[in-house]
Structures are given as structure tokens and as C-alpha cells.
Write a protein that binds this ligand. Structure first.
Ligand code: S3P
Length: 438
């Protein structure tokens, strides 16, 4: 599915932010493990959470969705079961890494597969610690296909994260939770803490402290979780596309309601504000243990900034759209310490650079980042432009937003992966004044 942008647009209105992908996946996994009745409202009906749901149902979870989109977790009389068919996690790194933790902890015999992108992504980062915990995992050089066979895990495990990854942290916590092991994780740089918050919300015995500037996350072996109906807040990573659209284009102001404001995810707002963005945060509240708010965004003059160090894990999913904001900001933006971008759904540093080269946006790439020479002027398009999405949802949406600053329509190729994280992107963006043609 190719998408072509339009040149007549005026961004305005009020929209509701789609549900958070990370939280939607976690609530299914933790909810299934609790084995109690519970509903989930605001769930993201994207391909990634749905592939996690299918995988959980394959091992006997019995999760259902009603016609209004409300998700039901039920109480089963039997425990989880092995499955001969591989669990297919599609495009979802979170789904695969978290399910590996959960199912190693339960002790099942299973195999896992995924799409081409997921099959090329590194899984040793979870296989190694899970194996140290006692799991029996076979992989193809640390990649899919992966199979696990039932074993019981050690009663106690301490691990210091070598990469700043919430997926690795969560995989180990879920393995510990499912096996009843005591787990201590040392996290040198803060990553998103949705798993910790959710476990706390359902009454787990989890404590977070800090020592020598590192987070220490301790999960005890005895956890009596109690289900309660859950409300998923909106995904700030999806909101980021709408925010940048309103900042860089002709816009009379955009309101985005129900945006997740977890401090481990709001780096994108900090970065944009440093660039000069006019974003007002209103109605701050808490939903199921997660902060959320409504945002009011006004067209702004942006300037280049440096983004490096501790903020990087916090903005890791927003760097593609921040790069588009940087391309239309005055001056240089320097992004460093972001080598993790090379092992996301695509090599995102390469994908951004390729798109910029086609659009004529001056930039320099390095191993762990990119420097972008921005200008607030519209890009003068003289011949038909086709940009590769690299089969990556965030690259596709980022370059579609760049189309707002082009003098003629541009086409982004192979955009179907947008459905993994933002299934109503085309309708929502059209409702605020920007039409995309299939
Ligand atoms: C996620 C964590 C991040 C992020 C991904 C979702 C999660 O990945 O990029 O989109 O839900 O835990 P890493 O943990 O690999 O950094």
C-alpha cells in the first residue's frame, strides 16, 4: 500500500490519541497470567497487540474482544498449555521478547516465528539472561526461529542490563513473575517503566529504588495479583506524528486528548519544547497507574538542538519524527548515542538518511546518530518523489508528515505496516485536515 500526500491542508481540530502499544501488550500478558476476570478499555487494536493476543490465546488464555472493542480477560479452570503450531508475533519485538520471558517462566514447550523484519532482529539480549535464569532456549544464532522447552527457573536472579531496553527488563520480570522467582534488575539508564507500574497497579510485590545513579527493580517471589478493570492511556509515540504535523504546517491549533504522560516516555515533548515548540499540557490525571493529559499544540518556529545521552532511550521511538521536525527547524540538530535505532523494525538511521537524500535535506549520518541541517522553508519538489518506508511504520508515518512541507505531493511506498501501531492513522490525519491517497 503506497500513500501519496496532498498539498492543500490545514491542520486543526480535536482528536483522541490511539491506545498505547507497549501498555496494550503488557496488560494482555499480565492479565492472562493473573487468570481472573477483567476488562481492558482503550486497547490498541493494532497488528502488534493483536499478534500478542493471538499468541496468548494459542497457549490457552481465552482473551476476547466485543463489537465495541472492549477486551475481556477471563478466568480459566486449566493452566497454560503447550502448542504445536509456532506462536507468530508478526512484526512485534515487544510481543516476542515479552512472550519469551512469560513462557520460559511458565515452563512450556513452544516455538516462535515472525515476519521478515522481526526475524532479522537480535534476540540474544533476552535469550542470554533467560538462559542464565535456567530457561532452555534454541535459536538461529540469536534470531528467529526460536524454540523453548520446559524447565524450571532459578529461585533467585540478579541482572544488570547491558543495553537500555525496557523489553529486556520486562522479559526478565515476567519470567520471574511466572516462575515465582525473586528477581533483581539493575538498570543503568531509565527505560519505559510500564511493566513495573502495571505490576504495582495489580498489587505485585515490586520495589524500585536507586543506587549509584542506577535503578534497582526488585520483584519478590510471592505475588498475589488482583485483577481490576484497566484503562489504557493514549500512545505518546503515535501522538508525536500529530504534534509535529501541527507544529510544522499551516495549522490553527490541534488538541490531542488522552495522551500517556509517563515520565519515561515524555522526552519527545522535552525535545520539541527545547526546539521552540508551543505545546500546552492540560488536565493531567492518572489512569490505571499511568499519568495522562490532553495536549494543545500550536504552529511554532523550531530551531535545531542536540539530543544525546540519557534522553535517548526515552525518545527512541520518536527519533524518526523528531528528525522530520529537525529538517524543518532552523539550524543544525545533532542526534547521538542512538545506535539502537539500527536494530528496530528497520535500520532507522539508514531509513531516515535515505529519505532525506531523496528529498534533498542536508544531513550527515554516523554509526550512532545523524546531524540534520534544517530550514523552515518548504521543500520545492520538481519531479515525482518516491520514498521507501523500509517496511517500517514509524518511517512511513514520519515521511508522510514531511509531505506537509513539500510543494507537490510525495509518495511513501509500502505503508501497510502503519497498521501495526496506528491502525486509524489515515482516517485520523484526514479528520484534522490532511488527506492521504492510496
Ligand atoms: C518497547 C521498548 C522499546 C521501544 C519499543 C517498545 C516496549 O524497545 O523501542 O517500540 O514496549 O518495551 P527496547 O526495549 O528494545 O528499547
Amino acid at each position: 500500500m503506497n500513500l501519496t500526500t496532498s498539498t492543500h491542508h490545514h491542520i486543526s481540530g480535536t482528536v483522541q490519541c490511539p491506545g498505547d502499544k507497549s501498555i496494550s501488550q503488557r496488560v494482555l500478558i499480565i492479565g492472562a497470567l493473573m487468570n481472573q476476570e477483567m476488562t481492558v478499555d482503550g486497547f490498541l487494536h493494532g497488528e502488534d497487540p493483536l499478534s500478542t493476543m493471538n499468541a496468548l490465546n494459542q497457549i490457552g488464555a481465552g482473551i476476547t474482544i466485543d463489537e465495541k472493542g472492549l477486551v475481556y480477560l477471563c478466568k480459566k479452570n486449566h493452566t497454560f498449555q503447550n502448542c504445536d503450531e509456532p506462536l507468530n508475533l508478526g512484526n512485534s519485538g515487544t510481543g516476542l521478547r515479552l512472550m519469551l520471558g512469560l513462557t520460559s517462566g511458565i515452563g512450556l514447550n513452544l516455538s516462535f516465528c515472525g515476519d521478515e523484519s522481526l526475524s532479522s532482529r537480535p534476540m540474544s539480549r533476552v535469550i542470554n539472561p533467560l538462559t542464565e535464569m535456567g530457561a532452555n532456549i534454541k535459536s538461529s544464532n540469536g534470531k528467529l526461529p526460536i524454540s523453548i522447552s520446559a524447565t524450571s527457573l532459578q529461585k533467585q536472579y540478579i541482572y544488570e542490563l547491558p543495553v537500555a531496553s525496557a523489553q529486556v527488563k520486562s522479559s526478565i520480570l515476567l519470567a520471574g513473575l511466572a516462575s515465582g522467582s525473586v528477581v533483581e534488575i539493575i538498570e543503568p539508564i531509565q527505560t519505559r517503566d510500564h511493566t513495573e507500574r502495571m505490576l504495582n497497579n495489580f498489587g505485585a510485590n515490586i520495589e524500585i529504588s536507586s543506587k549509584d545513579g542506577k535503578n534497582i527493580i526488585q520483584l519478590s517471589s510471592s505475588n498475589q495479583l488482583t485483577a481490576k478493570n484497566y484503562k489504557v492511556v493514549g500512545d505518546i509515540s503515535s501522538a508525536a506524528f500529530l504534534i509535529v504535523a501541527a507544529l510544522i504546517s499551516k495549522s490553527s491549533g490541534l488538541e490531542i486528548t488522552n495522551v500517556g504522560m509517563n515520565p519515561s516516555r515524555t522526552g519527545v515533548l522535552k525535545a520539541l519544547k527545547k526546539m521552540g515548540a508551543n505545546i500546552e499540557v492540560k488536565n493531567q490525571r492518572l489512569e490505571s497507574g499511568e499519568p495522562c493529559a490532553d495536549l494543545e499544540v500550536k504552529r511554532s518556529k523550531l530551531k535545531g538542538v542536540e539530543l544525546s545521552g540519557e534522553i535517548i532511550p526515552n525518545i527512541i521511538d520518536e527519533i524518526p519524527i523528531l528528525s522530520i521536525a529537525a529538517a524543518f527547524a532552523e539550524g543544525e540538530t545533532l542526534i547521538k548515542d542512538a545506535a539502537e535505532l539500527r536494530v528496530k523494525e528497520s535500520d532507522r538511521l539508514q531509513a531516515i538518511s535515505d529519505g532525506f537524500s531523496i528529498l534533498g535535506i542536508a544531513h550527515k549520518s554516523f554509526d550512532d546518530g545523524i546531524s540534520i541541517m534544517g530550514s523552515s522553508k518548504r521543500l520545492c519538489i520538481e519531479e515525482p518523489i518516491f520514498i521507501e518506508s523500509h517496511d517500517d511504520h514509524r518511517i512511513a508515518m514520519s515521511f508522510l508528515i514531511a509531505g506537509l512541507k513539500c510543494t507537490k505531493p510525495i509518495t511513501v511506498k509500502n505503508c501497510k505496516n502503519i497498521f501495526t501501531s496506528f491502525p486509524n492513522f489515515i482516517e485520523l490525519i484526514s479528520s484534522i485536515g490532511y488527506k492521504l491517497e492510496k
